[in-house]
Design a protein around this ligand. Structure first.
Ligand SMILES: Nc1ncnc2c1ncn2[C@@H]1O[C@H](COP(=O)(O)OP(=O)(O)OP(=O)(O)O)[C@@H](O)[C@H]1O
Ligand SMILES: [Mg+2]
Length: 380
């Protein structure tokens, strides 16, 4: 809404930068997004060395905007730009799975790998080329499976376009702030969880411009009190476009789990997903075949609705591990919709066991991914 945007700009004119310049005059603000329903987002891009000095100005900007009539939520993110010169050495994450990345793929972008999150051992992405194949459901149950193996696990919902964690984990509360500028994640089933969906009202179509994607992700990664984690599971948005590529580069990933249904069309997209992670030198921990087979709950007849075994064959063909199958089962959908993931609420079921088996392979794969991975040849 143009008037809200004007109000925001007027409010920001009263907020000074660390050098005493009114924020809109600094030239460091991204385009301001102010939606009809009172949501305001923008980022301030500053030099990496000046982030600390800018934090107070960022917080003052948020406070000033929050005080405006009609404003429901505000997200002002500081993003750091490293200009020229050699990047400082990156500290690799500490923990059971720390170690060097896989070898550089030919033609890979030469961006420096992002720094780890202090206290977080391994960050893994759950991704797919195609939408709706069950990434978010897999991410939650995989996280719970890793938890059941005795690991301390957190979940980051990186699907800023269509966050799923509020629903899948029945989370309605808002995260608390700590010390004014850090957020406390929501705890569920013994795991800290963060999602943009906790900060923004549900059902809002979200439009994100390039820099906003990065700043929202950066905030959720670095301005949240994750505590000590062995593994952070990141639920990625669908697709293999620029936004996903940016995310894969922004998040210091130790590996990626690709979810696919068995049919050819989904597998083509899964292949694209694998190629994308290869481009940014993230080891592919393997493929999960979701909605693999359907056993009729009434007559016990098995039907392979989307085919069966396609992801296993594809994994073999591409030389990446096959992590396991999850059947198409109405209990998974019903429980997901109710915010009651099967591994937490039916831990003795065969379905929960499927996810725990996948989790064990992922954990083992993370140890392998700590060593230089063998080269994988991807056919276009
Ligand atoms: N194995 C399964 N059996 C039955 N239903 C499933 C299974 N896996 C996922 N679903 C259901 O399929 C739908 C899509 O799943 P989900 O939201 O996890 O997919 P997604 O890949 O994350 O989607 P998006 O691309 O929109 O993020 C949900 O209703 C979910 O409950
Ligand atoms: Mg999803």
């Amino acid at each position: 809404m143009a008037t809200l945007k004007n109000d925001v700009l007027a409010a920001l004119a009263e907020v000074a930068s660390p050098d005493g310049v009114a924020l809109p005059a600094t030239g460091k603000l991204s385009d301001i997004v102010a939606s009809d329903d009172g949501k305001v987002f923008f980022s301030i891009t500053v030099d990496a060395g000046a982030v600390k000095q800018w934090e107070a100005a960022r917080a003052r900007a948020e406070t000033a905007i929050r005080a405006l009539p009609g404003v429901k939520s505000v997200l002002v993110a500081l993003t750091a730009e490293r200009t020229g010169g050699a990047a400082p050495p990156q500290r690799r994450p500490q923990g059971p799975a720390s170690g060097p990345r896989a070898g550089t793929a030919p033609g890979a972008p030469s961006a420096p790998s992002p720094a780890g999150i202090p206290g977080v051992g391994a960050i893994i992405a759950v991704a797919s080329g195609k939408g709706g194949v069950g990434k978010s459901t897999t991410a939650v149950n995989l996280a719970l499976g890793l938890r059941d193996l005795g690991l301390k696990v957190g979940i980051l919902d990186a699907d800023i376009y269509g966050p799923s964690m509020p629903k899948l984990l029945a989370i309605r509360e808002k995260p608390q702030t700590i010390g004014g500028n850090r957020l406390k994640p929501i705890e569920r089933h013994g795991m800290p969880v963060m999602s943009i969906g906790f900060l923004i009202e549900e059902e809002t179509p979200m439009i994100w411009r390039g820099p906003m994607v990065m700043s929202a992700l950066t905030q959720m990664l670095r301005e949240v009190e994750w505590g000590a984690l062995d593994v952070m599971v990141v639920d990625m948005p669908p697709g293999t476009g620029d936004a996903q590529l940016t995310m894969a580069q922004q998040v210091p990933l130790k590996g990626a789990v690709i979810v696919s249904t068995p049919q050819d069309l989904a597998l083509i997209d899964a292949r694209r997903g694998i190629a994308m992670f290869r481009r940014v030198n993230v080891p592919v921990l393997g493929i999960v075949e979701n909605m693999s087979t359907f056993i009729c709950p009434h007559c016990g007849t098995r039907s392979d609705i989307f085919g069966h075994g396609g992801a296993r064959r594809e994994a073999e063909r591409l030389g990446v591990p096959f992590l396991g199958e999850v059947p198409l089962d109405i209990a998974i959908r019903e429980k997901s919709d109710a915010g009651l993931p099967v591994v937490a609420t039916a831990p003795d079921s065969p379905l929960a066991q499927c996810y725990r088996d996948i989790a064990a392979r992922v954990r083992d794969g993370l140890q392998v991914a700590s060593r230089p991975a063998p080269k994988i040849v991807i056919e276009a």
